[in-house]
Design a protein around this ligand. Structure first.
Ligand SMILES: [Zn+2]
Length: 498
């Protein structure tokens, strides 16, 4: 019998733990000079160090240490004056050295926190998520198991290995146990990963593309009966790679575990894999027997001993916190909460800000990016800035403000730029999109409209101002939308003695 979510939260209290892996965007790998670019031909970005050839010696990437310290500082961690790398031994073909160089009992950043906020029916709620540690390690290679039905190594005909990713700097951010989230656990998990992603993006230490795996989350979850005070056995769902999936993975695990407990079964401590299609998880490795990675200090690398002066310099260089920045922009632009949230959810805050910095009115910038341009982008399944540049949008908005384009004409300019017809000026020239501002030309259209609807004109003369709408509409139509409606209205009313 499977419980529904309402039944689960009536009886059980979830306890969360989140581990986030983030690939840094350094130009070279963690311990060698190989390039890190995504999507290169397999095994073209490798060398004796990242292939684990005998005798090759690693050297730590200073930029990676700097990025990790920045992450630690942004998460309110203490930076260890002394930390070390360790070897985590395991045998798997995606790690040619047969060990992963990581940090174990001496991580570089410890004891931080991150405040997250979620929207609920009872208003916004805040949760303080405590961070246990932030440590450095290296990514593994990628394996592709060909043949068989599952895409797993068992049953495959053969496996392909790409070591381009092996040795890319990876930072692991581990929370302490997150208690007392109750029914909000799925939302809190999602909000935490989203807030963390914003911070990492602000620090410019990673491209944080979850869909490409440069940010991925392991979700630890256990349930206890409400009031029992006893922590349950946890499962660990690996490599969840979108915000929505984080939320679904928590919900799915809560339902799965509660349904098992209801039937008197026990929860097995194991790693699980999230299934995108169903939102369920399937079992992976059992962790009933503790794995023995035989960690020991890496003898080929010196300890990391960052100077306190350097740490203080990095602290001073920290960018504004994303949450503070949002509050500041919202106040400056006078945006209601709901529209601010829409902008953040569409990930268009940076784009709108850049447009405003180029002189565009904030309200107009927001409505163009979130309206017309987003609509076309959604249809084509691309990001709005893939279609049109911030500079072009700022230019179009400036032309509207100067009265050289109406909204209707501007839509055609946007269309033209997206269709590859050139800059806004090119499109305006080629399509002949100019606002008709010549009064005598407009008066001809106005007189024609009055002649076509003499009764309406008579009503306006008699003081029925709203009736003018129909005449203005006729003029706009006759000029192909190239007239300024406000100007037409002014001329028309004056002409009819109003
Ligand atoms: Zn290399």
């Amino acid at each position: 019998m499977s419980l529904n979510y309402e039944q689960v939260i009536e009886k059980y209290e979830p306890t969360l733990g989140l581990e986030v892996h983030v690939e840094l965007n350094t130009k070279s790998k963690m311990f060698c000079g190989c390039a890190t670019e995504f999507g290169a031909k397999p095994n073209t970005q490798t060398c004796p160090v990242c292939l684990g050839l005998p005798g090759a010696l690693p050297v730590v990437n200073k930029k990676a240490i700097e990025s990790t310290i920045l992450i630690g500082l942004a998460l309110n961690c203490s930076i260890a004056p002394y930390s070390r790398f360790a070897r985590k031994n395991y045998f798997y073909p995606d790690m040619p050295k047969n060990f992963q160089t990581s940090q174990y009992d001496e991580p570089i950043c410890v004891n931080g926190y991150l405040d997250v906020e979620i929207e609920t029916d009872e208003g916004n709620k805040s949760f303080k998520i405590e961070i246990e540690r932030v440590h450095m390690e290296e990514d593994t290679g990628k394996s592709l198991h060909v043949g068989g039905n599952t895409g797993r190594i068992h049953g495959a005909d053969y496996s392909l290995l790409d070591y381009n990713r092996a040795g890319i700097p990876l930072v692991e951010i581990v929370t302490k146990v997150i208690p007392n989230t109750g029914k909000y656990a799925p939302q809190v998990a999602r909000a935490y990963v989203a807030a963390l992603r914003d911070i990492l993006r602000g620090l410019q230490v990673s491209d944080v593309k979850m869909e490409q795996g440069s940010l991925r989350c392991d979700v630890n979850l256990s349930l206890s009966s409400i009031g029992s005070g006893k922590l349950g056995t946890r499962s660990e769902t690996k490599n969840v790679n979108s915000l929505r999936s984080v939320e679904r993975a928590v919900t799915g695990e809560m339902i799965r575990q509660a349904s098992k407990l209801e039937q008197g079964e026990r929860i097995i401590q194991e790693t699980r894999h999230f299934l995108e299609e169903s939102g369920q998880t399937r079992p992976g490795r059992s962790k009933e027997q503790a794995e023995d990675y035989r960690y020991f200090p890496e003898p080929d690398l010196v300890p990391v001993v960052p100077e306190s002066k350097w740490i203080e310099e990095l602290r001073k260089a920290l960018p504004e916190k994303p949450a503070d920045r949002r509050k500041r922009l919202q106040a400056a632009w006078a945006v209601p909460d709901k529209e601010m949230a829409a902008m953040v959810n569409a990930e268009l805050l940076d784009t709108v800000e850049q447009t405003v910095l180029l002189g565009a009115d904030a309200t107009k910038a927001r409505s163009w990016w979130l309206g017309e341009i987003s609509r076309i982008a959604n249809d084509r399944n691309v990001f709005p800035t893939d279609l049109i540049s911030v500079k072009d949008v700022a230019e179009i908005i400036a032309l509207i403000s100067k009265g050289e384009l109406t909204d209707k004409l501007a839509r055609q300019v946007v269309e033209g730029v997206i269709a590859g017809e050139g800059t806004p000026t090119d499109v305006i020239g080629k399509r002949g999109l100019k606002v008709v501002s010549d009064d005598s030309q407009l008066m001809k259209s106005i007189e024609a409209a009055i002649a076509a609807s003499p009764e309406t004109a008579e009503r306006v003369r008699g003081g029925n101002i709203p009736a003018a709408g129909a005449l203005i509409g006729a003029v706009m139509k006759a000029t192909g939308g190239q007239a300024d409606a406000a100007k037409v209205r002014e001329l028309l009313l004056k002409h009819l003695g109003q």
